[in-house]
Design a protein around this ligand. Sequence first.
Ligand SMILES: [Zn+2]
Length: 686
Amino acid sequence: MSQVSSTNPPSPADPNRKPAAPGVVPQKPAVPGHPAGLRPHAAVTVNAAGSAPLDVAPSAAPKPVTPGMPSGVKPLSAQIGMKPAAPGAPRPPVAGVKPMAPAAPGAGGTPVIDQLVGRQLGRILNKMGKVTREQYQEALAFQKSKGGALGRILIDLGYIKDQDLNIALAAQKGYEFFNVEGYKADPKVLAAIPAQMAMASKLLPISFDAAAKKLTVVMANHENFRALDDLKQLMGYTVIAKIGDPEAIERLVAKNYNTAAESLGDILGELSNDTSLKDLKGRGESIDLDALKDAADSNPVRKLINLVLLQAIKDKASDIHFEPFETEFKMRYRIDGVLYEMMPPPAHIAPAISSRIKVMSNLDIAERRVPQDGRIELNVNNQPVDLRVSVLPTMFGESVVMRVLDRGNVSLDLDKLGMREEDLNTFRQLIKKPNGIVIVTGPTGSGKTTTLYSALRELNDISTKLITAEDPVEYDIDGIIQCQIKPEIEMTFGRILRAMLRQDPDVVLVGEIRDKETAEIAIQASLTGHLVFSTLHTNDAPSAVARLLDLGIEPFLVTATLEGVCAQRLVRKICLKCKEAYVPAEEQLMELNLRLEDVAGRIFYYGKGCEACNNTGYRGRQGLYEFMLLDDEMRDMIVQHASTQQLRAESKKRGMRTLRQAGLLAIFDGVTTIEEVVKETLSEDD
Ligand SMILES: [Zn+2]
């Protein structure tokens, strides 16, 4: 033990440790530091490039210029040498544009963008008057023999310039080209989107109609659908997109948003000073609906929510909480299972925030007396993110919790759950049985779903039919039929399950056995030759039996179908970057019922806190598992109404490793800390 420092590390609950970021109020029980939540320079990770259909309002196929065109916007028709058609006036033929083919009868010979969308590049350039038919043919021949992109070849041949190609490519996709060179930005327009978003997505807003919520942006890449979607969803704008020169846009974005990314603090300051929002304070249920709508629609409120969401996703928060109290309004993130308090927004904006979130999730903002549930779908960093929104009216306003279902972020690999090898073997044997019920138990947030999905993913091949009934559907997996429970239209677990069994499945996942009906259907499915996966809320594996009996299931049906139960918990893993050995104090060991002599030769570790872990000392989580397998003797015990304690004792005799024991092994492996195991698992004597 000589290599081990003998000083006790500051316990992760040491109140003397400073929060990592300014403005962060430590959560009680205090956890050192703070996960990145409020660092002012935290980059937002919304970005570009995707292939989803662009569903942003009139961005595609812009209309010929109308008098309302923002200053600095040159219509494509002007760029390509055409005169803008005055509304209503007949379109004059344009000098210098030789249509490649005879114009359609009645078209008047003026190529407008509508006629360029989707055309071949050479044809568009020809219509723009930039290349002749001969030059185009020459380039085509060149391309045929040497390969390469046609536009590039035309540039190399000296027929067109880069700029011409950009315009033509934009036109091909139905976008107008906007020349940002020399464009002078209007601060009011710039403020329409958060700086982080502009910088991350290389978007420059060029006109903003606040009343109509219509925003025109110029972007570097016509494939930047995601950013446009986010603008629409997060800010609620109608977005018109134009294409511009990437380098010039980047330069202008950097220049105009040069003040370090707007921090949560800046926006909160803006909100505190916003007099129009102050009116809402203290008016409770009597708030005027129009005032509420306006507040929810106000730009600082949108920006705040936008920033909060992006930050939460970046920090891999699983839940975002907005909590109104009598004199304050709290905002908290749950990360790796622990709640962290963020810099609190001014209390008077609580109604504006909850209303904004309700608007985003299609809830009724006029309804402020009963709970509501909704969802928001977003694309962040090219990953689909699903937010489950729950609004609960409380004494002091609406409490809003958003659960983040980040579908892109989970590997769903059994080998990566943190199961020990012998547990993995046990679990694999269980999930490969032809029929029976396999249950994973644990409290909410203990990783049950991830475990079952990883099992499904492993079984997912062409020879096996897998169906799930879930609420909510948390991950999309190709090849698995997934059904969402929708009680409002009578799509209940029971109804879906009965229908599922007629779909000839091999494996059925029932999101949760929550009542007698679901339990009975699960049993029926198992008895008719299906393998059934489900979850239960119990503290340990042996309690699952009692829970099923409590639901009113006959003991003989439980024993006829239940194959095994896996109880699980998640513990935070020590950050590898700042992991250090230390000698725990005797009191700390006593919390695990260990004496000094029990741990002779063992090395304990903790995370000192570093930048990589935002000074928490932890990074990521892994599971602790407890497997109870049923054999004939155990089944007899169940039929004879054995108690949970008796079942637990019998299982342990058969080698069941309890959650606490699994936790001890994880500590001895140097994966987690004493605190985590004490917090997540029960003592053996309980
Ligand atoms: Zn660290």
